[in-house]
Design a protein around this ligand. Structure first.
Ligand code: AMP
Length: 430
């Protein structure tokens, strides 16, 4: 049960502690996702949680909500302007450029996971510190990797039990064709300024593509009548998009083309996608997006690289996976159900207990114990709650004799086993 601490010392709004079963559920998910990524040729990368604020201003885009409204930024005593990372992609691209990954065989396929920070309004499935599992394929413009990323996200989510996942894809073109589309969209919205919300009137001036991102019901009708980016794609973008959907067909992936899908970040080009699970929605509310991403061929140059580095990637929102009613808990490999409960009685037994715990650890025998409890009854009742098949009992006599009692909890039979033979004896048990 949650207890009130002094309010001024409580956890920060939108941030929370994750412990015990919930912690293992996150770890189990990361382990499985990393294993799948590993089999498909991805390698891990961990970038710092703090980066220069400019990395996101230039990468994510200075007029995006993430940078303008949601970024946690700070000035150090030395005067550096830093930010808690609000997303992975610009940081991973920075690492790729800075560490000379260009000289490795291309593409470089990376995965990462961990916390991100956005000062958004907290609500169900939306936190200010949240967790993502991220995949990036850097250094190829081939359409197959766009499909690969979508396929892997689906695989990871399905392994976690999620069902009826809905994939939406769109293409927002490249720098050649997007200008025409932007002009057309702006012309259309200029005629509708009275029908749209104040935010959209602002977007019309700063970043018209993001008009299609608006979730305000007042703008819905205008959005539905908006021209579609797909009608403006240049030849190269048309071919690329056609290939992506052909790969998705070949991979038996059900998808919908959603011409209103643009995703709020500046760096996307060509393919954008989003994955939702309808079952994750509460009655009457729209389903939460579980994963999203896209191609970002111009990000490297926005970060100061001399050439474009065509790339594609995306991220799964891990907190939202945990909230799915279909989520099947994946335990990390480290956590094994205890095979036995270790009971110590008397001061001498407690002293000796570390030696026995170490014998069991070396033999990789999972066990539970309670060093703080003294009485046999209290310790036996924990063992019963844990439903372990065996208990080890170490009393004064056994501690002096260098033995331990092994008790079968089902038929109550027991053996006295010398400590040097203990691991072998336990491994021989069913
Ligand atoms: P994005 O980085 O915005 O493309 O988001 C990718 C995924 O991360 C989304 O589909 C969500 O599942 C998850 N996500 C984004 N923002 C949050 C948040 N504030 N809290 C929890 N999950 C989030």
């Amino acid at each position: 049960m949650k207890k009130e601490t002094t309010p001024e010392l409580g956890a920060v709004k939108g941030m929370r502690d994750i412990s015990d079963g919930e912690y293992y559920a996150y770890q189990g998910f990361y382990e499985k996702a990393a294993e799948i990524a590993h089999y498909y040729g991805f390698t891990p990368i961990e970038t710092p949680i703090l980066e220069r604020a400019d990395l996101f201003a230039r990468g994510t885009g200075s007029d995006t909500d993430i940078v303008q409204k949601e970024m946690y930024s700070l000035r150090t005593k030395g005067g550096d302007h830093l930010a808690l990372r609000p997303e992975f992609t610009p940081a991973i691209m920075r690492a790729y450029i800075e560490n000379g990954f260009q000289s490795q065989p291309q593409p470089v396929m990376l995965y990462s996971y961990g916390p991100l920070f956005r000062h958004d309004k907290p609500q169900r499935g939306r936190y200010r510190q949240f967790y993502q599992f991220d995949l990036e394929v850097i250094g190829t413009q081939k359409s197959i990797v766009d499909a690969l990323i979508i396929k892997l996200f689906l695989l990871i989510l399905e392994e976690a039990g999620l069902k009826n996942l809905k994939v939406e894809v769109n293409s927002i073109g490249d720098r050649e064709c997007r200008g025409n589309y932007r002009r057309e969209l702006t012309n259309y919205y200029r005629k509708q300024t009275r029908q749209i919300c104040a935010d959209c009137r602002e977007r019309l001036k700063t970043n018209p593509l993001r008009l299609l991102d608006c979730k305000n019901p007042a703008c819905e009708e205008t959005k539905l009548g908006a021209p579609s980016a797909l009608n403006f794609l240049c030849c190269g973008c048309k071919t690329h998009f056609k290939e992506v959907v052909e790969y998705l067909d070949q991979l038996d992936i059900n998808y919908e083309i959603n011409t209103n899908l643009v995703r709020g970040l500046d760096y996307y080009s060509r393919t954008v996608f989003e994955i939702t699970e309808p079952a994750s929605a509460e009655a009457g509310s729209a389903p939460l997006a579980i994963a999203g991403g896209g191609r970002y061929d111009y990000l490297a140059r926005a970060l100061g690289n001399k050439k474009d580095i065509p790339s594609v990637g995306g991220a799964i929102g891990v907190d939202r996976v945990m909230l799915s009613p279909n989520y099947i808990r994946q335990n990390p490999k480290l956590i094994k159900k205890p095979k036995l409960f270790f009971i110590q009685l008397s001061f001498d037994a407690k002293l000796k207990s570390m030696e026995i715990i170490e014998v069991l650890r070396r033999a990789k025998i999972p066990m539970a114990q309670s060093l703080s409890k003294d009485s046999l009854g209290a310790q036996l009742s924990i063992a019963e709650k844990l439903q372990v098949p065996y208990t080890l009992i170490l009393g004064q006599k056994e501690a002096l004799d260098n033995t331990v009692i092994v008790r079968d909890m089902n038929n109550r039979s027991q053996d006295v086993v010398p400590i040097p033979k203990l691991a072998e004896y336990i491994k021989g048990l069913k």
